[in-house]
Design a protein around this ligand. Structure first.
Ligand code: C2E
Ligand code: MG
Ligand code: MG
Ligand code: MG
Length: 284
């Protein structure tokens, strides 16, 4: 009896694995069509000046409006897109769409500040990145300084020579470079000296503990100090409470991003958010 139970469990486990694999393959296949079908959308999350609250930039975050499964977040499909190589096509689309939107806002007199776009490790190592950046700018009539790419530390630590060459060319182009999730990657900081990014984004894991944890507070203070010493801009990610905001202001952190300020929003919602803030300012 025990044996048959074991076998039943085994086959249950086995079919579970198979169906998960099946779902995975299906999603991969659907993702291939999602771009041409217009199912990918970008949401935009505000980054504000820590002291004045002025909007200084927005980060473009990709979502997939899946016809059956609803709105999917990047955690559900970026890994898949990287495995299958579809990230290349997705990255080009994202870059062009973000720049198109920025240009449209500009034409309508809406100033969202700098447009930040996430670039994954695979896209970063692809020599076509430079061409994509260039064409996204020229196709939409944007200045290079209006665009910034976000890359994680791990990208810089592996293949350092290649990274360095690409970074130098991105910098020469005039497009900004932000180090995303700063503090979670390798701790060697020598790359900061060589690669000179424009901005550090303090990972939200440090920010979230600042109300209760002295170590996290020390780390955040340290990162802000480091950024100031190197003349880099510093943004805190994942600001969720008024206490965190107060602490970050006190440290001299330049900009804030997080649910406490605003969630990532679809285009219309972001425009409404901006209009609402303008109203409050003029009536205050
Ligand atoms: P990230 O670049 O570090 O983006 C920040 C993530 O934190 C976003 O999740 C955002 O919605 C979330 N977030 C922002 N404020 C808060 C907060 O106060 N609290 C909490 N708990 N979360 C907050 P999202 O949109 O799910 O994106 C996850 C990751 O997927 C991004 O992390 C980025 O690495 C990647 N990603 C997003 N869009 C793209 C894209 O277009 N291309 C590539 N290659 N990667 C992308
Ligand atoms: Mg990011
Ligand atoms: Mg981040
Ligand atoms: Mg991240």
């Amino acid at each position: 009896q025990a044996k048959s139970l074991g076998r039943a469990r085994y086959s249950f486990f086995h079919s579970e694995l198979n169906s998960r694999r099946q779902a995975h393959l299906e999603l991969e296949h659907q993702l291939g069509q999602a771009i041409t079908a217009g199912e990918l959308v970008l949401h935009y999350q505000p980054q504000v000046d820590a002291n004045t609250g002025a909007l200084v930039g927005v980060e473009a975050l990709v979502r997939w409006q899946h016809p059956q499964r609803g709105l999917l977040y990047p955690g559900h499909f970026i890994g898949l897109a990287e495995e299958s190589g579809q990230i290349a096509e997705m990255g080009v689309w994202t870059l062009h769409e973000a720049c198109r939107q920025k240009a449209e806002w500009k034409a309508r007199g809406l100033d969202v500040g700098c447009m930040s776009v996430n670039v994954s490790a695979l896209e970063f190592r692809d020599h076509r990145l430079l061409d994509s950046l260039q064409s996204a700018l020229t196709d939409n009539g944007l200045q290079p300084g209006e665009l910034e790419i976000e890359i994680t530390e791990s990208v810089l630590m592996t293949e350092t020579d290649t990274s360095q060459r690409i970074i130098e060319r991105v910098r020469a182009l005039g497009v900004g470079i932000a180090i995303d999730d700063f503090g979670t990657g390798y701790s060697s900081l020598s790359y900061l000296k060589r690669l000179r990014p424009n901005q550090l984004k303090i990972d939200r894991s440090f920010v979230s503990d600042t109300a209760t944890d002295n170590d996290s507070r020390a780390i955040v203070r340290g990162v802000v100090g480091l950024a100031n010493a190197l003349s880099l801009n510093v943004v805190a990610e994942g600001v969720e409470t008024v206490e965190q905001q107060a602490f970050l202001r006190e440290t001299g952190c330049h900009a804030l991003q997080g649910y406490y300020i605003a969630r990532p929003m679809a285009v219309e919602a972001l425009e409404a958010w901006m209009a609402d803030r303008n109203n409050k300012e003029t009536t205050a």
